[in-house]
Design a protein around this ligand. Structure first.
Ligand SMILES: Nc1ncnc2c1ncn2[C@@H]1O[C@H](COP(=O)(O)OP(=O)(O)OP(=O)(O)O)[C@@H](O)[C@H]1O
Ligand SMILES: [Mg+2]
Length: 425
């Protein structure tokens, strides 16, 4: 039950009209009406006590009344429109990505003419820096969007992604549509959303989209508003969007990022170790951030020693953990999205020696027909767990391969693994 419902219940039980309660409590009838309909922020404690007294609530009822108002206040703090869909804080030490930024800024600019699809899509594997880039671009573009920049995390990789219906509700509220003017169904919401965006110059960032169906109702029609999507999946079914794949950072960029994070501790002679560390992160910003955070939280650590630890493949993945950032978790989210066949192919690919492989080799280790193996490989590429290289060959990001190996060790029996080794050698 909400505070508004409880208030209305007590008022009716006391046989009071809104006006009478207003008279008794000193709270205006208008404010009371808003409270009962859940339209206003949770009332202040002073107001709540005045209402409880005017309603002559007994001890228990009084307590429940005050507590519910308090919960309402806390919830309102999170859901009130001003805070809805705000752009997250940007990282202070943003590095590189100049070409990507320039391209996105040009495509997303409301004045961009070329073929003008109002939608841009940044794809790339987990931890590659898609969200960071989108937030950066949105900040730069903010002056071009006088009606605001809005951001929503669609939780596409989680077991429970945001529904289009809920996302539309949040966006509409953020765009200033009153709760009672928001239709109940997706189609209705989507049409109000499109007409709102049609009248405005707003930029919407849809972060972490999970599927085409999820984002379609959130795309604008023509007009001056723009939508920028980030996704691990390629979302091949979205037509007419500007696509941009975010790849690895270059080694100089990666070294700069790491050097920036550990700036205060970099001593002379450590630069070589820093470059070696950056190299082991293979251009993945999440890995660089984790290593950087580990170094600043342990000032006594020797860079060379950490580089040596990382060089040891057996334990490398375990080293990529700092606070709540963990590489394995980022990969696990993608792994859990896969169908059973693709999971099997993924973990067994870790058993292939050497850097890259083709579909025939993948079919052999997976013990699956070639056709089904193709499908699984497509799914892996789609989610950014594999790269397709030249001549029909595929390759892992090294850290992803190590993750696949842990899956193999945990999910397959020793006998299966032995058989696998026999097959690959
Ligand atoms: N250009 C950059 N400069 C500095 N730090 C960066 C940069 N890009 C990414 N990072 C850091 O790398 C980490 C991962 O980046 P981000 O969350 O943007 O990746 P992502 O591609 O959105 O990942 P996911 O697929 O999990 O959503 C973050 O901690 C971020 O701070
Ligand atoms: Mg992201």
């Amino acid at each position: 039950m909400s505070f508004g419902e409880l208030l209305r219940g007590h008022r009716r039980a006391a046989r009071l009209t809104l006006e009478q309660l207003a008279e008794l409590s000193g709270v205006s009838a208008r404010a009371l009406s808003d409270m009962e309909r859940g339209r206003s922020r949770g009332p202040q404690h002073r107001t709540v006590t005045a209402l409880a007294d005017a309603l002559a609530l007994e001890e228990e009822a009084h307590k429940q009344f005050v507590e519910l108002a308090r919960t309402g206040r806390l919830r309102d703090h999170w859901t009130r429109p001003a805070r809805l869909c705000e752009l997250p804080r940007q990282v202070d030490d943003f590095v590189g990505r100049a070409t990507d930024l320039a391209l996105i800024n040009e495509l997303m600019s409301p004045d961009h003419a070329g073929g003008a699809s109002p939608v841009g899509l940044i794809t790339g594997s987990g931890g590659m820096g898609k969200t960071t880039l989108a937030v950066r671009a949105a900040r730069v573009l903010r002056p071009s969007f006088p009606d605001g920049v809005f951001f929503i995390d669609l939780l596409g990789m989680s077991p429970r992604p945001a529904t289009s219906q809920d996302a539309l509700w949040r966006l509409l509220r953020a765009l200033g549509v009153a709760d009672e003017d928001i239709p109940d169904d997706v189609a209705g919401r989507s049409s109000v959303y499109r007409s709102k965006l049609g009248d405005k110059r707003a930029l919407i960032v849809l972060d972490n989209a999970g599927s085409e169906e999820q984002v379609r109702p959130l795309l604008p029609a023509d007009g001056s508003s723009r939508v920028l999507i980030t996704a691990r999946r390629v979302l091949a079914g979205l037509e007419g969007v500007h696509r941009h794949t975010l790849g690895r950072m270059s080694l100089p960029e990666a070294t700069e990022l790491l050097a920036g994070i550990v700036a205060e501790r970099e001593a002379s002679g450590e630069h070589a170790a820093l470059a070696q560390l950056a190299n082991l992160c293979e251009g993945m910003p999440l890995a660089l951030r984790i290593i950087g955070n580990r170094l600043i939280s342990r000032p006594k650590w020797d860079l060379t020693e950490l580089a040596n630890r990382l060089a040891d493949e057996e334990h490398r993945l375990e080293q990529f953990k700092a606070g709540d950032l963990k590489i394995a978790t980022a990969f696990a989210m993608s792994y859990e999205q896969l169908a059973d066949d693709a999971r099997r192919v993924f973990r067994r690919l870790a058993a292939i020696p050497g850097g890259d492989f083709d579909a025939a080799q993948a079919a052999v280790v997976s013990d699956m027909p070639l056709e089904a193996t193709w499908d699984a490989l497509d799914e892996l590429v789609d989610l950014g767990l594999l790269f397709d290289g030249t001549d029909g060959r595929y390759e892992f990001h090294d850290l992803v391969r190590l993750f696949a190996r842990t899956r193999l060790e945990e999910e397959e029996s020793a006998a299966e693994r032995e058989a696998l080794t026999a097959r690959t050698t």
